[in-house]
Write a protein that binds this ligand. Structure first.
Ligand code: HEC
Length: 150
């Protein structure tokens, strides 16, 4: 009996952790951007820098130059340089761009929506219903972008 109660408590705990996260379908875009943190907490800029430069996660350097990461070998020029980006956009706007750039730019932008299920029609079966980054990874990247001030 004790064991069963423990198991129930564990399930309740993990559900609570997920419930505080905003799901991709529930992200609220306002004129100011996405105002509320997807996890309910501030992200970690150091973890965000890792996600940003990871070729398997953000892969942001594929399209953006970033002087703060000048030791990384390749920097793309498809998108604008992100030097000083936090002086051009505030946090809710940066979060909106990373979650779903189409909401800020146009439907034609080639920048992927990193926390959106609208990833186009050629998505592989195994990726249907998944986002490129988790809510936590988005918050970490947003926190890192916030450090890139002029
Ligand atoms: C496939 C290319 C591509 C990738 C990958 C990409 N972006 Fe972009 N990004 C763009 C383009 C292009 C724009 C300019 C908006 C437009 O014209 O569509 C842009 C714009 C931006 C802007 C606004 C910059 C400004 O100064 O106005 C930010 C911030 C940004 N991207 C962040 C990121 C981050 C963070 C990542 C990784 C998680 C990322 N991007 C990955 C192509 C990309």
């Amino acid at each position: 009996m004790k064991l069963t109660l423990g198991a129930i408590a564990a399930v309740a705990l993990s559900t609570a952790a997920i419930a505080s996260e905003v799901s991709p379908e529930a992200v609220e875009f306002t004129d100011d951007g996405v105002v509320v943190s997807l996890t309910g907490a501030a992200g970690d800029p150091a973890a965000g820098a890792e996600t940003f430069k990871s070729r398997k996660l953000g892969n942001c350097l594929a399209c953006h130059a970033n002087t703060d990461m000048s030791t990384e070998l390749f920097h793309g020029n498809v998108g604008p340089s992100l030097d000083g980006v936090a002086s051009r956009w505030d946090e809710p706007q940066l979060r909106a761009i990373v979650v779903n750039s189409k909401q800020v730019f146009t439907d034609e932008t080639i920048m992927p929506g990193f926390y959106s299920l609208e990833v186009g029609q050629h998505v592989a079966e195994k990726n249907v219903g998944k986002t490129i980054l988790t809510a936590q990874q988005v918050e970490d990247v947003v926190a890192y972008l916030g450090t890139l001030k002029e």
